[in-house]
Design a protein around this ligand. Sequence first.
Ligand code: FDA
Length: 307
Amino acid sequence: MSLDLVYRQAVLSVAGNPKVEALIKGRARSLVRRYVAGESLEEALQAAERLEAEGVHAILDLLGEMVHSEEEARGFQAGILELVRKISERPWPKYVSLKLTQLGLDLSEALALELMRGILREAEPRGVFVRLDMEDSPRVDATLRLYKALREEGFHGVGLVLQSYLFRTEKDLLDLLPYKPNLRLVKGAYREPKEVAFQDKRLIDAEFLHLGKLALKEGLYVAFATHDPRLIAEVKRYTQAMGVPRDRFEFQLLFGVRPEEQRRLAQEGYTVRAYVPYGTHWYPYLSRRIAERPENLFLVLRSLLGG
Ligand code: FDA
């Protein structure tokens, strides 16, 4: 296993400990400010407005995942519906991301499906695109099932995410081809065992490019969601060499990560979106960002030592 993955797995395994969570929540304010647009929808919309002014479009994400009750799931649905209505009043591209466990996937697939239908009935007529984030491997089958069910019911303004670290992803991609999905491709952010996922960064990167090229060849629209300069450069080179028009793919990055690269790509004429998370449930999101980047752990540790 490569060193960066050892680091990531270690951080993700301790991040769930309540004592670690309390410690980080108290000390990670500057990191939260960097990665999270704010706790309110208003703050998120202001962040989106600033991005738009720089030519970068926003993907708004009300943070929340793995809810424990139907009431919580319905509360998140209400928050997402408010978001959908608010952004549909804006002139810029309208795009939200959500997690199915935020809508009660772990409680019942039927509940998550019902809440998704409610969201898409509001979103589609308003031209708001809804992306289903992909969570950890035990939830992949259910996420794919729900996506397919929604498409079979006639909803079209919905897309999904595939993760290049999972062995299964190429097969999932091929199975999805009849749906012509609007795809976001990522490396994958969760702690996954060696039985299901590549543990070597070079293999994950190679798979990312392989899957992205395969999806483009199959005629899918692909959002390449990565900050990795090597992968971004290769996507640019490949699409240019193969004559893939720029309206067939885009780049997506996270709010607060490589903002200068986001602007540069937009200036070069690529479609660029930044994932703008907001809300009070920021801890799991932040722990994945710490797990991706040792410098972020040092910032938290420095603040702990600094008293
Ligand atoms: P990698 O982690 O290898 O980093 C490459 C370089 O990018 C680093 O050397 C550094 O320069 C920079 N970088 C990376 N992370 C950084 C950080 N946190 N802070 C500062 N610099 C950083 N995952 C998932 O499992 N399901 C999902 O639905 C999504 N959705 C999603 C949407 C969008 C828009 C993005 C950008 C990412 C996701 N992800 C995701 C997360 C994804 O799986 C992955 O964990 C992160 O993008 C980090 O991987 P990179 O591809 O950036 O490469």
